[in-house]
Design a protein around this ligand. Structure first.
Ligand code: PSU
Ligand code: MN
Length: 296
């Protein structure tokens, strides 16, 4: 931990964790490093200390420099690190960009309980055959970190993802909407299981979860602003095409999500990237406000 992050955690000041797979494997260079830098600034403006998390030279780190962010954004040797990858990345002294799951685990070790990202991993379409279920869901079942995201992309099976979260006892709060959001779009066709409308309500719910001894994560789904969304009908055709291209190339395992995200950027001529960056900014504002409310 940087001195700033360690001191903030020790003194109970607001801290917001940020992930790094979104930088290394979620967006192209240089938009990725610009996004990472801007999101840290938004968290700071909101009154919290940003702690971007990654493994660098085998060392799990919370709080990165501009040079660290640039390395994560541009070095093709950075491994996508979910929880199962962390030990080998650390043992090899390698660089790892942490997924939602791995970032939650390291944030919890660092004592940080609010984490901002773009989209969660989930149950992939066709998972009944492929068994492809993101470790993000397993981690949410067991690690008490609150994750602010824009919902779940329809590259995944949104309904099954919601079922797994429910089975695992993960509170899921949709902020300011009755509809569970689908990342690029405000509406997924699934209802919000629970809704909050103010940051105080969110903070009260997080506190209640901890008072009740719930040891799971909490998902806060924050719909993309209306001005920035791509309507579901429009993005669904693109996703169908990207999934067909994935099949044709025979891509499986940890490469699935990065391939689909990259392909969607290509197929939309960059429009999906603009939406992706806009929703991360929006989440950073809410996450900082939540961390401030929880610290207060
Ligand atoms: N969704 C995005 N951008 C991302 C990811 C998901 O819109 O960068 C990344 C996150 O780090 C997430 C990971 O935790 O993909 C999930 O990968 P997998 O499906 O392999 O678990
Ligand atoms: Mn997978």
């Amino acid at each position: 931990m940087t001195d700033e992050v360690r001191d903030a955690v020790a003194e109970g000041h607001p801290v917001v964790a940020l992930e790094s797979t979104i930088i290394s494997h979620g967006m192209p260079y240089p938009d990725n490093v610009a996004m990472a830098t801007e999101v840290e600034a938004i968290v700071r403006d909101g009154g919290a200390v940003p702690a971007t998390i990654a493994v660098l030279d085998g060392v799990p780190r919370a709080g990165l420099t501009e040079a660290d962010l640039d390395l994560l954004a541009s070095d093709p040797g950075v491994t996508k690190a979910s929880v199962r990858d962390l030990p080998h990345v650390v043992a090899r002294g390698a660089h790892g960009a942490t997924t939602v799951a791995a970032t939650m685990r390291l944030a919890a070790l660092a004592g940080i309980d609010v984490f901002v990202t773009g989209g969660l991993g989930g149950v992939h379409r066709g998972a009944a055959e492929s068994f492809d279920v993101s470790a993000d869901l397993t981690e949410l079942a067991t690690t008490p970190v609150t994750v602010v995201c824009a919902g779940v992309k329809s590259i995944l099976d949104i309904g099954l993802t919601l079922e797994v979260l429910e089975t695992n006892g993960v509170p899921l709060l949709v902020h300011g909407s009755d509809d569970f959001p689908a990342f690029y779009s405000r509406v997924s066709g699934f209802r919000a299981p629970q809704r909050t409308d103010t940051v105080d309500e969110l903070a009260a719910t997080v506190r209640a979860a901890r008072d009740l001894g719930l040891s799971s994560g909490i998902v806060v789904a924050n719909p993309v602003p209306a001005d920035d969304e791509i309507p579901a009908a429009e993005i669904d055709a693109v996703i169908t095409r990207a999934l067909a291209d994935l099949d044709e190339r025979g891509i499986t395992g940890k490469d699935v999500t990065p391939y689909l995200l990259g392909r969607i950027v290509e197929l939309t001529d960059g429009a999906s990237l603009v939406t992706n960056i806009a929703l991360v900014r929006h989440n950073a504002r809410l996450g900082a406000a939540l961390a401030v409310a929880l610290a207060g």
